[in-house]
Ligand binder design. Structure first.
Ligand code: SF4
Length: 80
């Protein structure tokens, strides 16, 4: 019998993803995008940035650089 249990934070991240709320996003060059260590964000002009979920590790660094609160981590609630 294994005594290992799954890390609850890891499980939470598995069902989570980063969302850009365009309503809050100001029309400017995204500072949060420049802070992303994974280069997971791209931006066309001053449009809200897009997230490449294949690169995003949900480290949440970008959340600290967005002064407008436009970046949020959403977690899916799965009732299986
Ligand atoms: S959560 Fe981390 S990896 Fe994902 S976009 Fe933000 S800074 Fe980049």
């Amino acid at each position: 019998m294994s005594l290992e249990t799954e890390d609850p934070n890891k499980k939470k991240k598995k069902n989570s993803f980063l969302v850009v709320n365009g309503e809050y996003c100001a029309a400017h060059e995204c500072v949060a995008m420049q802070a992303c260590p994974e280069e997971a964000m791209t931006q066309e002009g001053t449009n809200p940035p897009e997230i490449d979920i294949t690169k995003c590790t949900l480290c949440e660094v970008c959340l600290h650089f967005c002064d407008y609160g436009a970046l949020e981590v959403h977690t899916l609630q799965l009732n299986l």
